[in-house]
Design a protein around this ligand. Structure first.
Ligand code: MSP
Length: 511
């Protein structure tokens, strides 16, 4: 069996703490992409999970007076709740403390060891526990701060097993050059390429000063460095070494979505590990920017940590999922503020979309008793414009495949705006007054048919809203059975369906 599945992943999250909106950002984006590919007819496998080993988690457990395992089991529900809250449609969830993972990590690393890719030596140098990362002295800020966290690093001196990363530098450079899409966006690719070109040092693959990790099978007292363990989740969860059939259908992954702070691990260490083991590398690693609050990266260590539930309670799940992707260019840093979120809710969602739906369904209700008429009147310039707006939306959404969510949503809103402009241009209330029945039938039909397409196209981003809209349209088929491109074609609506006005889609926000 060959690859027949679109396989995408989020990073696996450290369970040192509970989720904030920075973590939710990657997860929602991945979910939108997963739903978008399903809508296009792909078989999709969407993986997320938790990164439970390492010093950072061990310390968090210690602070709470728990064993690491107790601590992980205790925090895990908070991460799973986040998936439920945000309506994440992951197909699998991996914990790095599961047997299915640990056993495969040992096999993989044993293989590297057997072929001579690991050797024993002493590491002396900086380590950032927050990153769980090694740095070169020259990378530190002011000689002692982690470049990501701007906090003092720790100094390690440990005898451990090193991975011959440097040996794979030429293969990595070939990879970046032969597959420019491997690291995206381009600015990240250039950054990674420059880093490798400057010369790679071998890296520590095991640790000895604590024991919370996967044991090294050939040397007692060593556990694997948490990033080696963590990165392998992408293959262990896909069936590597356990279910070769499933693995061959999924691997290589189509895209690993990550934040830019963990680029080096994914774009340098990870492909080197895979190349060493003779496993294909993923098709793409896409690094998005940071969510900033008041100009600062949101994180546990600053006071800006906002929980997704606070925003969902106020704005609802649909606005939550829409806002971040519409507001921020995915590859770049972007600022969250309550004001801009409120603005998006009111303008894009309540006014542009919610009012439109209300208006159209009210007209079908009052003029045609809720039943969608056949489009009898002739189509003219206004209809031609509407169909151009549809095409813009359909073509524009392909931007999702490049993870350009903002661009895709802008184009989709061309259609929402287009239907609003169409209603203004055709003035159905005037047609009704004049008794221009055929023309009115045409206009009502076009509007409801466009709402059908809008429900389909918004469904990856706002699955709940899309479902409510779909229900209002009274269509026979299920929304989840719709597939593009067919479902986006004009005229797919069968006249005679009975629409329901129901409740407004985006009610006024509470103060
Ligand atoms: N456990 C590692 C990943 C291992 S993947 C094999 C890890 N975990 S993390 O919980 O610290 O971070 C997970 C993801 O959340 C990262 O992609 C990180 O970039 C993202 N974010 C955390 N804070 C963020 C923001 N403020 N903004 C955007 N994303 C951020 O790293």
């Amino acid at each position: 069996m060959g690859k027949d599945t679109y396989y995408l992943t989020t990073p696996i999250y450290y369970v040192n703490d509970v989720p904030h909106i920075g973590h939710a950002y990657t997860t929602v984006a991945a979910d939108v992409l997963a739903r978008w590919r399903r809508l296009n007819g792909d078989r999709v496998h969407f993986l997320t999970g938790t990164d439970e080993h390492g010093q950072k988690v061990a310390r968090a457990a210690e602070e709470r007076g728990m064993t690491p395992q107790q601590h992980c089991d205790d925090i895990l529900p908070r991460w799973k709740e986040m998936l439920g809250l945000l309506h994440i449609s992951n197909d699998d969830f991996i914990r790095t403390t599961e047997d299915r993972h640990e056993a495969r990590v040992q096999e993989f690393m044993q293989r590297l060891y057997d072929q001579g890719d690991l050797y024993k030596s002493t590491y002396v140098g900086p380590y950032c526990v927050r990153c769980e990362g090694y740095y070169a002295e020259a990378e530190l800020l002011e000689g002692e701060l982690c470049p990501i966290h701007r906090q003092p690093v720790e100094r390690l001196e440990q005898e451990n097993w090193f991975f011959r990363l440097s040996k794979y530098a030429p293969a990595l450079l070939d990879l970046y050059d032969a597959h420019p899409g491997f690291v995206q966006p381009d600015v990240r690719r250039n950054e990674v390429r420059a880093f490798v070109e400057a010369g790679l040092e071998d890296i520590s693959a095991t640790r000895t000063e604590f024991s919370w990790g996967v044991p090294c099978p050939w040397d007692d007292g060593h556990i694997f460095y948490v990033w080696f363990d963590a990165l392998l989740n992408y293959i262990t969860a896909a069936g590597y070494g356990a279910d070769e059939e499933a693995f061959s259908r999924r691997w290589p992954a189509d895209v690993h979505l990550i934040g830019k702070d963990i680029l080096r691990f994914h774009a340098v260490y990870w492909p080197a590990m895979l190349i060493a083991a003779g496993v294909e590398v993923p098709h793409q690693v896409y690094a998005h920017g940071f969510l900033l609050v008041g100009g600062e990266k949101m994180g546990k260590s600053n006071a800006t940590g906002i929980r997704p539930s606070e925003l969902v309670e106020h704005f609802g799940i649909d606005c939550y999922r829409y806002y971040f992707l519409r507001e921020i260019s995915f590859g770049q840093d972007g600022t969250f503020s309550w004001e801009s979120m409120e603005e998006r809710y009111t303008t894009d969602l309540a006014n542009d979309l919610g009012n439109l739906v209300n208006r159209v369904l009210n007209m079908v209700g009052s003029y045609r008793d809720g039943v969608v008429p056949a489009p009898t009147g002739a189509a003219g310039d206004a209809e031609a414009q509407l169909s151009r707006d549809r095409e813009t939306a359909l073509a524009g959404l392909a931007a999702f495949d490049r993870l350009a969510f903002k661009k895709g949503l802008e184009d989709l809103w061309q259609l929402v705006g287009g239907v609003n402009r169409y209603v203004e241009a055709r003035q159905p209330w005037a047609l009704n007054k004049q008794g221009a029945d055929d023309d009115l039938d045409r206009v009502l039909y076009e509007c409801v048919d466009a709402l059908r397409v809008i429900a389909v196209l918004t469904s990856p981003v706002m699955p709940d809203m899309a479902q409510s809209l779909w229900a209002k349209l009274g269509l026979d088929e299920a929304l989840e059975d719709q597939r593009l491109p067919e479902a986006g074609e004009p005229g797919g609506l069968v006249p005679g369906v009975r629409t329901e006005r129901g409740q407004v889609l985006f009610p006024k926000l509470e103060e």
